[in-house]
Design a binder for this molecule. Structure first.
Ligand SMILES: [Ca+2]
Ligand SMILES: [Ca+2]
Ligand SMILES: [Ca+2]
Ligand SMILES: [Ca+2]
Length: 214
């Protein structure tokens, strides 16, 4: 069976000979083009792509590149990439010609730390053949949040002669991740204690501080 993907063209030399004397001969050449039909789907290189992108970057920031190939020829191998609108809340867009995926808006890691998209590629035939792939995108953290105390000011009444013990705990929260969200507490002001030289937990220090200054 002829297969364009195997041999796209071949030539036959044909001769015609009479039976007289002397024999006379004519030659011709037949060129056969095996016309492509769309019998191959596009194929992505990988079933899953993993990518990272930083939060807070501008619209249009490059995320990753996906690529497919198609064994056919001409329009039967002319590829168009697409991400259906509405997927991943339309946070990402794809260049239909290059397969470059970029952001469609500014991302916030604290709202969504990762996204999973299904991207498609189709060839140019009618009807087109398709393939799909999964793109997993991790949003990298930027330290865009300061720690926040539950209250801007705490008031505390403590009886005198109180034993050294926990009497109050203040808590701050930071929605960032890793070191960006790791909180170290210290006491500043006129009753400053050198916490760097101490491995005493803050809440004990608070207690001691109160006893020392009372
Ligand atoms: Ca094709
Ligand atoms: Ca073909
Ligand atoms: Ca952040
Ligand atoms: Ca932070």
């Amino acid at each position: 069976m002829l297969d364009h993907e195997d041999v796209s063209m071949f030539q036959l030399n044909i001769s015609a000979r009479d039976h007289g004397f002397p024999r006379r001969v004519a030659y011709t050449r037949l060129t056969v083009n095996v016309v492509d039909i769309n019998d191959n789907s596009p194929r992505f290189e990988y079933p899953i792509y993993n990518a990272t992108v930083q939060e807070n970057t501008n619209f249009g920031t490059f995320v990753t590149h996906i690529q497919a190939s198609d064994a056919d020829a001409g329009i039967n191998a002319q590829l168009t990439y697409l991400i259906p609108s509405g997927l991943a809340e339309s946070n990402f867009q794809i260049n239909p010609n290059t397969g470059d995926i970029s952001t469609n808006r500014t991302l916030d890691r604290e709202s969504a730390g990762s996204w999973i998209l299904t991207a498609y590629v189709k060839d140019g035939a009618y009807p087109a053949l398709y393939d799909s792939t999964t793109v997993q995108i991790t949003v990298l953290d930027v330290n865009d949040n300061a720690p926040v105390f539950q209250n801007p000011h705490y008031y505390l009444d403590v009886p005198e002669n109180m034993a050294i013990d926990l009497f109050h705990t203040v808590v701050a929260e930071d929605p960032d991740s890793g070191l960006n969200g790791t909180i170290t507490y210290s006491i500043t002001g006129k009753c400053l204690m050198d916490l760097a030289k101490s491995d005493i937990p803050l809440r004990t220090v608070l207690a001691k501080r109160f006893v020392m200054s009372s």
